[in-house]
Design a protein around this ligand. Structure first.
Ligand SMILES: [Zn+2]
Length: 217
């Protein structure tokens, strides 16, 4: 394997067979962007890409984007010319275009997020050594999977999404005040000097929140 970061072995060097951590990590804003696109495109489907990277042995989705595309209520596919243009722009900016096509996502509007027969065919026709496929709907449901295509076709691996959020300062402060005022801690914890107040505002949650519930049909 000589290409830059494209091969499964290069991207997942620790395992070179199957990733140890079957999660796909998003910052809250990035995940909300996927769902926001799905809601905005209603009642049509929409599809797009995600730029992924491996950090701390975790697969992160760093950026979500869409290209010009033809859409209907049951199908959406990007314009191949637009894909070519985007890849050219990435190369100009010194980015590796191979990273772009590693996450493909689309919405099923308000329907089930199980892959359709066409979705499965699309995965098999993917270029590159591996691809992550994500399907969402406007209820905030999703299905995600990793397909390793080369050098060997491996059984698809289901991926669970983890959304890393930072609590807004005002909510975090409110909760801290309420807890300080209303909780009487047991003696063991009170005496235990090594337990520090929890100040980290990062929250990791499964992606099951409903977006724009009034708009779902
Ligand atoms: Zn589909």
């Amino acid at each position: 394997m000589t290409q830059s970061g494209d091969s499964y072995e290069t991207f997942f060097p620790a395992e070179a067979g199957i990733i140890a951590d079957p999660y796909l990590y998003f910052q809250g804003d990035t995940w909300d962007t996927v769902l926001g696109f799905a809601v905005a495109a209603m009642p049509e489907e929409i599809n797009g890409f995600g730029i992924v990277s491996l950090r701390d042995d975790k697969v992160w989705v760093d950026e979500i984007l869409i290209l010009a595309q033809q859409v209907s209520a049951i199908h959406a596919s990007p314009d191949p010319v637009e894909i070519g243009n985007l890849m050219a722009r990435m190369i100009e900016q010194g980015l590796d275009p191979a990273r772009l096509l590693k996450l493909k996502w689309h919405s099923h509007v308000a329907m089930s997020v199980s892959p359709s027969v066409l979705d499965l065919e699309t995965i098999e026709k993917s270029s590159g050594d591996w691809v992550i496929s994500l399907i969402v709907n406007v209820h905030g449901e999703y299905s995600a999977r990793l397909d390793v295509l080369k050098p060997y076709r491996l059984h698809p691996m289901p991926l669970e999404i983890r959304v890393v959020r930072t609590l807004p300062t005002d909510i975090a402060d409110f909760c801290q005040r309420e807890v300080a005022a209303k909780l009487t801690r047991s003696g063991w914890f009170r005496r235990r000097k090594s337990v520090q107040p929890h100040t980290n505002r990062t929250v990791i949650s499964p992606a099951v929140d409903i977006v724009e519930p009034g708009k779902a049909e």
